[in-house]
Design a protein around this ligand. Structure first.
Ligand code: MN
Length: 448
């Protein structure tokens, strides 16, 4: 199970467009990816003096479902099972990624410069895997990596699990060995975006999602494991002594994240398939929102399911950056259910800022229906929950810049049970066979 095998499926389904014109890694590829964010995947075959580049691979929810071979209903339970019962993948001696092993020359890799004011080229689909100094804990996560020169990257380390491993290495006075796998199956990207407790390897989650098919290889020059079927692997060491200015860089919100002092990664070796395809991922694009957002939707779904018997759907909306805004539909039993659902949602996804709970007749993916529910089923004096000064996303530019604190808002847009149901009924017009026929005929005339 590799990126390649998935691209073959996309090719068959005519969801892969081949771009034969010559394009540059600076702004050109990213602007084309931007124009087709939730469209087909794009294979750039003619990249100025570089290998091929593929983009927008997981640009739609449907493609994630396709990649995991699950239905929309099965997605969250599947993710939950994988997080709760990960399976350690097999380690093999040889894998396609070992076809070429060579010293690093990062300028040979078609790393994109995405936005106007980005600090430079950034690797955005790198799956970073590392182990604790005692080898007991492995962590796998995705980090933005700024290319500094032919042998060095800057890595953004948010204080989560990889940061913790890096701190452990720092205490021993030793750099942290990492493998950076690029060009992997969507399940590996999705697993790396999950947040299981520290100590659970996200490779185990990916392997479970892939029904036991994930294979790892031991790196040649560092103490870490990489994806055997990746297109490209960078072997490196996150320095515990060297830091540089990293950024500015566009993150999931589509705004520039500020420049910070961040650790340097010394790349010591590179391995890749002979004809490797470099995987690009547009920051703030549909694919970024889906990969980061889906595991959080599953977390919200689980948290809300604990307090409300029947949760129908969760959507981290595109306009809320796939991260800050959730719409949750429930089958309400009592009037307190929606507020409990709101509190659970904020607990399930700590970066969540605004949440709307609707009844199960509302389609959470349809913003017009959601607004309709807010217009007709919500009273601000009793259905609004405001939680001031809590911890939220560091990416929200309106949060307090010094403390990082933000206010959260929950909207209960479910119909109050004390008002007769009929009051909220959406009126329907009965259709006859004759009217249906005429409607179809007019439609045909209009669109032919
Ligand atoms: Mn982790």
């Amino acid at each position: 199970m590799s990126l390649r095998s998935f691209l073959e499926i996309l090719e068959e389904k005519k969801q892969l467009v081949h771009v034969k014109e010559e394009v540059s890694t600076k702004h050109e590829i990213s602007s084309i990816m931007d124009a087709f964010q939730d469209g087909p995947a794009l294979l750039f075959e003619n990249v100025k003096s570089h290998s091929k580049v593929v983009g927008n691979v997981c640009g739609t929810r449907e493609r994630i479902l396709q990649a995991l071979s699950v239905s929309a209903e099965q997605l969250y339970p599947n993710l939950r099972d994988a997080v709760l019962s990960p399976e350690t993948p097999k380690v093999v001696d040889e894998g396609p990624v070992k076809e070429v092993v060579e010293p690093p020359r990062l300028s040979k890799i078609p790393v994109l410069t995405h936005f106007e004011k980005d600090a430079g080229p950034y690797i955005t689909s790198g799956v970073v895997s590392a182990q604790s100094p005692d080898g007991k804990v492995e962590n796998v996560s995705i980090h933005r990596l700024q290319v500094l020169n032919d042998k060095q990257l800057a890595i953004r380390l948010v204080p989560r699990h990889l940061y913790r491993l890096w701190t452990m290495a720092k205490e021993k006075g030793k750099d942290l060995d990492v493998a950076i796998s690029i060009g992997v199956h969507p399940a590996v990207l999705l697993a790396a975006a999950c947040s299981p407790p520290f100590g659970v390897s996200e490779f185990g989650i990916a392997n479970r999602l892939l029904c036991g098919c994930l294979r790892l290889v031991r790196c040649e020059k560092v103490d870490a494991y990489a994806v055997a079927e990746a297109e490209l692997v960078l072997e490196g060491k996150i320095s515990v002594a060297k830091e540089v200015d990293e950024g500015p860089f566009v993150d999931i919100t589509g705004t520039y994240d500020v420049q910070r002092s961040q650790p340097v990664v010394d790349v010591v070796s590179v391995m890749h398939r002979k004809d490797y395809v470099y995987q690009a991922l547009l920051p703030g694009g549909s694919e970024h929102r889906i990969l980061m957002g889906l595991p959080r939707e599953a977390a919200i779904y689980d948290a809300v399911s604990n307090v409300v018997p029947n949760v129908k759907a969760v959507n981290l909306t595109p306009s809320g950056c796939g991260w800050l805004h959730a719409v949750i539909s429930i089958e309400k039993q009592t009037d307190g259910d929606a507020k409990n659902a709101l509190l659970a949602a904020f607990a399930g996804h700590p970066s969540l800022k605004h949440a709307v709970v609707v009844d199960s007749d509302i389609d959470v993916y349809n913003p017009e229906q959601v607004e309709w529910a807010v217009a007709l089923r919500f009273q601000a004096d009793e259905d609004l929950v405001v939680i001031p000064k809590t911890r939220g996303s560091t990416l929200d530019p309106s949060a307090d810049q010094e403390s990082g604190l933000t206010s959260k808002m929950g909207i209960d847009a479910t119909r109050p049970l004390r008002v007769p149901k009929e009051k909220f009924e959406k009126a329907k017009i009965p259709k006859t066979g004759a009217s249906e026929k005429i409607i179809t005929k007019i439609r045909r005339e209009l669109f032919e």
